[in-house]
Write a protein that binds this ligand. Structure first.
Ligand SMILES: [Ca+2]
Ligand SMILES: [Ca+2]
Length: 196
């Protein structure tokens, strides 16, 4: 089966910083919303995607750390400055795994060149808590979080997508609502465990 005979790659992202801006006001962290341009390559060098030249040629927004993107991005795009460029080499376990996806064959190690254009407060930032807590009771309901996501997406020019938002809300509560009372308290929100 394993014709290559090579040893299996470890599930780690290899990060190379290609460009670091001189000024860096803040660094990307879990829960931020990032605007990125990205190019993806297969191991044989074939480019399978480029946001610079394909589709509407626009960079894309996503939330860091909530599995909205492949795990390799969630791991590899932490601590970045706006304007920074990185190359990520992502093993299949942190990308599309055994199944592959579209143009990406199964068990592919992928290389991405990623440029962070902008970083904004996502649903998990301290600054966002009060903005999200619409009834000022110092805890966040699922509806409040969902409303916040809806507004953030609209602000960035995306149509609201209830199914997507509900999934994001479920992911957020699974991680944040430690005592499972259906609310994220300010304490649960503030004392977040920064894995990685
Ligand atoms: Ca509330
Ligand atoms: Ca709770």
């Amino acid at each position: 089966m394993f014709v290559s005979g090579g040893k299996l790659p470890e599930a780690e992202v290899k990060i190379t910083v290609l460009h670091k801006p001189f000024l860096c006001h803040r660094k990307s962290k879990y829960g931020d919303i990032l605007l990125v341009h990205h190019e993806g390559y297969l191991q044989n060098g074939t480019k399978f995607h480029s946001s610079y030249s394909q589709g509407d040629k626009q960079p894309v927004w996503f939330t860091l750390g909530i599995k909205e993107v492949i795990k390799g991005w969630d791991k590899g795009l932490q601590g970045m400055c706006a304007g920074e460029k990185r190359r990520l080499v992502v093993p299949p376990a942190l990308a599309y795994g055994k199944e592959g996806k579209g143009k990406i064959p199964p068990e592919s190690t992928l290389t991405f060149n990623i440029e962070v254009m902008e970083i904004r407060n996502g649903p998990r930032s301290h600054e966002s808590f009060q903005e999200m807590d619409l009834n000022d009771d110092w805890k966040l309901s699922k509806d409040e979080v969902k409303e916040y996501l809806r507004k953030e997406f609209q602000r960035h020019g995306y149509p609201p997508n209830d199914t997507h938002h509900e999934q994001m809300v479920e992911d957020i509560f699974k991680k944040e609502d430690e005592n499972e009372d259906g609310f994220i308290s300010s304490r649960e929100f503030t004392y977040k465990h920064d894995e990685l």
